[in-house]
Design a protein around this ligand. Sequence first.
Ligand code: APR
Length: 247
Amino acid sequence: MVVDAALLAQARAWIADARNIFVLTGAGISAESGVPTFRDALTGLWARFDPEELATEEAYRRQPALVWQWYQHRREMVAVARPNPAHYALAELGRRKSITLITQNIDGLHQQAGSEHVVELHGNLFANKWLDTCGRCDTVPPIPGDPPHCALCGAMMRPGVVWFGEDLPRVARFRADHAAQNCEVCLVVGTSGLVYPAAALPGLAKEHGAKVIVVNPQPSALDETADIVLAAAAGECLPALLAGESA
Ligand code: APR
């Protein structure tokens, strides 16, 4: 990892002095765990599928089996992924300091690494919920490849993720906005900063006086908002950045 030592030291000092730290993570923090990111040209799902065609309610109603199988495929891929040193470094930070961890990821790796109270802005890949419901929905044994249906009204289950064009979960959105406005440091890890409203959070933190630190090996749309950009992979950079004061 070749990161400017002075920048790393300054970022470490801001984190050490901060009472409240707001952390925003994106697909990049899970890249070293083997979870493909949406936009990385080589491995990103963006290159192999057009998520905008699949990750929408309209697409699901139009072709439920295709979309359901895509999510089952992603669940199989993510189920074998394990947290990497970046996830563990954030979990350790959360045991030492007051942090609010907001993630755009749906892979559950922060929780697996031991982070608590993780705010999943875009839901969770392994959760399901009813697309429609009669209020007494109960599932019938699923047919492989098809989404589970309600035995009473025939409603379909859907993945518990936020699809394009849908609002973020209200509580998650509230907690993210509140944390962004009440932190001294905003640490942004592994996001292109292209998808709103998540991408607006570092700017909101900065407006409220926070120092913004970005960790990303590539330039991102949030670099202009950043006070420090650490151009490094999360798995390499975070253990050094977040090691306790005694380290
Ligand atoms: N460490 C840190 N960052 C990394 C690493 C790494 N090892 N590898 C890749 N990155 C960076 C890339 O440079 C890129 O800027 O992670 C970022 C991933 O960007 P995206 O694929 O756009 O993922 P993300 O920003 O999380 O997308 C936001 O958009 O597609 C929707 O719902 C989806 O939650 C996702 C949202």
